[in-house]
Design a protein. Structure first.
Length: 367
């Protein structure tokens, strides 16, 4: 370990904020200069008491899965978390001692299975939302002088803390964007964010399919492009106040689309396109078959057809035995489907089904 290596580590940390690959490069270099076999950022939620391994190098997927599933509960380091200030270090060889480490299942059943014997960890992040982040360096016992490693990394820790906080915040924002896109993709009709000149900035899956259809009215070559542009200009406030507008356009093969352009809130519009006002375009196809409640449940909650068949009668008041008899399946099979339904809906009791699904069924036009 040489002090001359620290500036390179600082550069790698900040360069790695924007991507998992860049962050992995920083962790790889960190592991190398500290003679560690593995380096990782471990995230722990105090609210849920769940922990997982985030960005890492040198750890097999099986170890990360085992840790998140069970062994984080047996990690002796969890009992020292509140005693360690941000920037200080937890050394298991010092805090526990070799004799204790030889007895603990965390080491004997877990770490040694993956050829690791010793860990050192330092808090790099503590948020008001109850999320803690730790830099963890793992190796074989006795391979490193842990206090020497801690002293060597002391000048790096403020940079690591800032970089880790920014990295986690970026991951949270990315997850929010993914969730928002997932929600939009579950809608059964096209929705898109569009500028006044018909430039599509964001679109759900149905809108992407609709935009690829021949004769799409947003295409510059469409004979209806002028009408659509006027509608979008109204919603974007090109020549005055931003006002919702609608238009009915003809399909190339006959029939109609009903379009509605709704002004997006200014802050949302600026987020999507800081230079141009944006409208939310909604497309309705009167000829499209409206999904049945069962199809809505399948789309929204990712239920299988068999799970939907069990769910619908239960949601309307039937008992599990009555439902299984009507479907000609065993009660054991029905219970298995019901357990899957509970998991996907995030409920624990059959009585909660109507509460969760009632508002959705109101969208059902009936058989």
């Amino acid at each position: 370990m040489r002090e001359s290596e620290l500036p390179e580590l600082v550069d790698l940390l900040y360069e790695g904020i924007l991507s998992a690959e860049g962050w992995s490069a920083a962790l790889s270099r960190l592991a190398a200069v500290t003679s560690s076999q593995a380096a990782s950022i471990v995230l722990w939620s105090r609210r849920t008491d769940q922990a997982l391994v985030g960005d890492q190098v040198g750890l097999p997927p099986e170890l990360m899965a085992d840790y998140a599933r069970h062994y984080h509960l047996l990690d002796p380091g969890r009992y020292h978390v509140d005693r360690i200030a941000v920037g200080d270090w937890y050394y298991d060889e010092r805090e526990l001692g070799p004799a204790t480490m030889r007895r603990l299942p965390f080491y004997q059943e877990f770490l040694r299975k993956y050829e690791l014997d010793s860990t050192m960890a330092s808090p790099v992040m503590r948020t008001s939302a109850g999320l803690d982040g730790f830099l963890s360096l793992g190796s074989a016992a006795g391979r490193r002088n842990l206090p020497d490693v801690g002293r060597f990394l002391a000048p790096l820790m403020p940079h690591l803390q800032r970089a880790a906080s920014l990295r986690v915040r970026l991951m949270e924002l990315s997850q929010q964007v993914e969730l928002q896109q997932e929600m939009l993709d579950r809608l059964s009709f096209p929705v898109a964010a569009v500028t006044a000149n018909r430039a599509v900035l964001m679109a759900n899956r149905r809108a992407q399919e609709w935009l690829r259809l021949p004769g799409n009215p947003l295409a510059a070559s469409s004979p209806q492009a002028a009408r659509v542009t006027a509608m979008l200009e109204s919603a974007c406030g090109v020549s005055g106040p931003r006002v919702a507008a609608g238009a009915t356009v003809r399909k190339p093969a006959g029939g109609e689309y009903h379009l509605a352009a709704v002004p997006m809130p200014v802050r949302a519009s600026e987020f999507v396109s800081p230079l141009s006002p944006v409208a939310l375009l909604l497309v309705s196809d009167p000829d499209a078959e409206r999904p049945h409640a069962g199809e809505l449940f399948r789309q929204i909650f990712r239920l299988t057809p068999a799970e939907v068949r069990v769910l619908i009668p239960l949601q309307r008041g039937a008992t599990l035995a009555e439902t299984c008899a009507a479907l000609h399946i065993s009660v054991e099979t029905g219970r298995a489907h019901l357990r899957n339904v509970f998991d996907k809906l995030g409920i624990r009791r059959q009585a909660d089904i109507a509460r969760v699904l009632g508002p959705i069924e109101l969208l059902d036009p009936g058989p």
